[in-house]
Design a protein around this ligand. Structure first.
Ligand code: ASP
Length: 301
């Protein structure tokens, strides 16, 4: 069995609801990313290739808070974080606070494969990207009118739910390939109106992203500070491995007990060693999709 799940962020739904047309846009965008990743698995590709392929599609889509369309810092710029983990080797790569890399998830992968490090940040990460021949773009490439309006609302003390379907919109993917290998990837602009230099859970291995063959692969979304304090993604895998609970129970306990007890909320997508998928959230909604080789395919908000 091979399987993939994706998310496009968890958060509050707008007070006035999402128009049918807007919902359709999100569904189509999620379906495109899901099918891109699934296609990799279907053609015998690895889970690592599949999660990168899915996340790349979402990074290019301005509907989501990653790559183009990233949430903006309090100073109006975009600072992007991303991580990838290969559960077959426990190798991982991540970048944080990059400002010019069009596909941060690809740079995270390059950090994993070509550097001696796991996490590169800011100027050092971008120097590495230059050396590796990455496409660099001006920071304004990431900024959309909607994200600017979101920032203006937040600066004025207004609630973000008045404008965006989600104040977050981070993207992620987890997959199990036909060989049983697990992988996870997450990419984000972080939280809207964050201080420049703030790094969330997404690029922190174990907090927002984790994968270990034989156990599970996890990508999180939500209020990153809480996921970091809980080392949430690793907590899910540790619960499966050490306590022997099901993936669904591990995810449930992490979100609805541990995270809630700290005052945090968000969502988690995960896949276990057998290809069983969990999609769970403690927010009003989570953009999500899942597909596996048994024929199951779902997209939901
Ligand atoms: N977890 C991300 C962060 O805190 C935000 C999100 O998932 O929407 O940076």
């Amino acid at each position: 069995m091979y399987a993939i799940a994706i998310h496009g962020g968890a958060g509050g739904l707008p007070a006035r609801g999402l128009s049918a047309a807007r919902q359709q846009q999100y569904r189509e965008a999620l379906a495109a990313a899901l099918d891109e990743g699934y296609g990799v698995l279907e053609h015998g590709g690895s889970s690592l290739e599949a999660v990168i392929a899915a996340v790349r599609v979402l990074e290019d889509d301005p509907l989501f808070n990653s790559g183009r369309g990233a949430a903006l810092t309090s100073e109006g710029g975009a600072e992007l974080d991303a991580a990838v983990m290969d559960g077959s080797t426990l190798r991982a790569g991540a970048v944080a606070a990059v400002r010019h890399v069009r596909h941060p998830i690809e740079l995270a992968r390059r950090v994993m494969e070509k550097s001696r490090h796991v996490l590169l940040v800011g100027a050092g990460a971008e120097e590495f990207a230059l050396e590796e021949g990455f496409e660099l773009v001006p920071n304004v490439y990431f900024r959309t009118a909607e994200r600017q309006a979101e920032l203006d609302l937040l600066r004025g003390g207004r609630s973000v739910s008045e404008l965006m379907p989600s104040s977050q919109g981070t993207v992620g993917a987890v997959a199990r390939d036909a060989g049983g290998n697990l992988a996870a990837a997450t990419s984000t602009g972080g939280m809207a109106n964050k201080r420049p230099g703030r790094v969330g859970d997404s690029p922190i291995i174990g907090a927002g992203t984790y994968a270990r063959n034989g156990v599970c692969a996890v990508s999180a979304t939500g209020h990153g500070e809480y996921f970091m304090r809980l080392v949430a993604a690793h907590h899910v895998c540790a619960s499966v491995e050490y306590r022997g609970v099901s993936l669904a129970e591990a995810v449930r306990e992490t979100l609805h007990e541990r995270l809630r007890a700290l005052g945090g909320a968000g969502g988690i997508i995960a896949v276990d060693a057998d290809g069983r998928i969990s999609l769970d959230f403690s927010t009003e909604g989570m953009f999500r999709g899942a597909r596996d080789s048994s024929g199951m395919r779902q997209i939901a908000i």
